[in-house]
Design a protein around this ligand. Structure first.
Ligand SMILES: CC(C)(COP(=O)(O)OP(=O)(O)OC[C@H]1O[C@@H](n2cnc3c(N)ncnc32)[C@H](O)[C@@H]1OP(=O)(O)O)[C@@H](O)C(=O)NCCC(=O)NCCS
Length: 176
């Protein structure tokens, strides 16, 4: 990706999410192949990644989740979700999930653009409190701290890397 390339962030409805399934799946599969701890274990196929985003597309249609994607020259290079379907006593809250940028597009500020838009979209949906968790010590943890999120603490051995090694998780929150 050229440094001057324009990045477009779009909120996807169900139709566009379905139209972009291969691009979204390619980003997820690339992140897992790169060792990211984002729910899935290796080996993780493109078809499995597509199936994961088909569920997300259904959630988008039902209003349970927001889905954003970053495009470079019409190709999906990054994505993030905001979970809106939470218990009745937490109508003001949302959860950030699956912030993913393809390895070929990293360190260009795309994750920051995705997060800024995700926060704005969550606010537009009436959400005033967001939470997330992320692998301790990775690039994402620095990003969230830089964007003003408050670090709650670390849960040791919370999840596994795709190769089965355990990883610690840091929990964050942000008031919008
Ligand atoms: C975490 C992740 C989303 C970050 O994506 P990204 O688009 O590379 O993020 P950004 O470009 O906004 O920031 C990453 C770094 O690039 C730097 N950067 C941003 N723009 C830059 C530019 N134009 N030139 C040089 N560096 C730049 C940032 O300062 C940051 O530096 P740091 O790592 O030293 O803090 C990506 O690494 C990823 O997908 N990881 C795997 C999945 C994952 O762990 N997701 C989080 C789950 S909660």
């Amino acid at each position: 990706m050229a440094a001057t390339e324009q990045i477009e962030i779009r909120r996807l409805d169900r139709a566009e999410a379905r139209a972009q399934l291969d691009g979204l799946a390619a980003v997820l599969a690339d992140c897992v192949a790169g060792g990211a701890s984002v729910s899935y274990m290796a080996p993780f196929t493109h078809e499995q990644a597509r199936a994961a985003f088909e569920v997300v597309a259904a959630d988008v249609e039902a209003g349970r989740r927001l889905l954003l994607a970053a495009f470079a020259d019409g190709t999906v290079v990054g994505t993030v979700q905001v979970v809106l379907a939470l218990p009745p006593n937490q109508p003001h809250r949302g959860e950030i999930a699956k912030l993913l940028v393809h390895r070929s597009a990293r360190r260009r500020g795309i994750a920051q653009l995705l997060m800024e838009r995700a926060e704005a979209e969550a606010r537009a949906e009436g959400r005033t409190l967001l939470v997330l968790d992320t692998v301790t010590g990775d690039a994402a943890e620095r990003l969230y701290a830089r964007l003003g999120w408050t670090r709650v603490g670390v849960i040791p051995g919370y999840a596994l890397y795709p190769d089965g090694r355990p990883c610690d998780t840091t929990v964050f929150w942000k008031a919008l």
